[in-house]
Design a protein around this ligand. Structure first.
Ligand code: ADP
Length: 231
């Protein structure tokens, strides 16, 4: 099977003046289509850096990254941006919904922005997603009038707008109470089961990690654990 995501020997160093910090040290990770992986590890171990590389937001210093069997680390910035928008979805802990936009406009944004406007088909897709995340009664609410859990469900709907193969989530429940967190996880599991969307989720929450198919652990920039099965 063609891997959904494959990192081979991924290294990342940051240079600040004379000092170079090697944050990722030869990370190998193969993610199968439809896998739901929790990325674990202590603070500073390189998780966010790895997510940024997997999300085509940063380039590795060395090593390669492939998406769906195609090498992507060496593509132009424009090609990477197109792939990011077409194939990936993003959910973050504190995240920037556009506060003055409605829930529906936020969800449709990844399709509407590149197209330069919101079409009827985009509206219908966004509406379908809002129904799916249980926010059919909040469609026309401005994002800044939603609760934290509702915002995160809008963010998930937005991440799904362009039917991504992979959703990259950085502490998606970090800012939620346990009930809202559970609901967000239920939703991700449901999307995973129904659509086969892969999820790569950085989390400190053992409840979230336990509901993933696989848990990989980073420590000091190296993968030190890889455990499969429900936790
Ligand atoms: P985690 O998400 O596991 O907490 P990060 O990937 O955010 O870890 O960071 C890993 C290490 O890389 C940290 O020591 C951090 O200070 C360093 N780091 C991250 N981004 C940069 C940067 N742009 N410049 C220099 N150092 C960075």
């Amino acid at each position: 099977m063609t891997a959904l995501l494959q990192a081979e020997g991924v290294d990342k160093s940051f240079r600040n003046g004379d000092e170079e910090t090697r944050v990722l040290k030869g990370v190998d990770l193969t993610m199968e289509p439809g896998e739901m992986i929790a990325l674990l590890g202590p603070s500073g171990s390189g998780k966010s850096t790895f997510l940024s590389i997997a999300g085509l937001l940063l380039r590795p210093t060395a090593g390669t990254l492939s998406l769906g069997g195609e090498r992507v680390d060496d593509l132009s910035s424009a090609a990477r941006a197109r792939l990011r928008n077409a194939r990936l979805g993003f959910v973050f802990q504190f995240h920037p919904l556009l506060p003055d936009f409605t829930a529906l406009e936020n969800v449709a944004f990844p399709a509407a922005a590149p197209a330069g406007g919101l079409t009827r088909a985009m509206r219908e897709r966004a509406l379908e997603l809002l129904v799916r995340v249980g926010l059919e009664d909040r469609v026309d609410f401005r994002a800044d009038r939603l609760s934290g859990g509702q915002k995160q469900r809008v963010a998930i709907a937005r991440a799904l707008m362009n039917r991504p193969d992979l959703v990259i989530a950085d502490e998606p429940t970090g800012n939620l109470d346990s009930e809202a967190a559970e609901r967000v996880l239920d939703l991700m599991r449901e999307v995973n089961a129904d659509d086969g969307t892969g999820f790569l989720i950085c989390t400190h929450d053992p409840g979230v990690a336990g509901r993933c198919d696989r848990r990989v652990t980073l420590k000091d920039g190296q993968l030190v654990g890889d455990e499969r099965g429900a936790g």
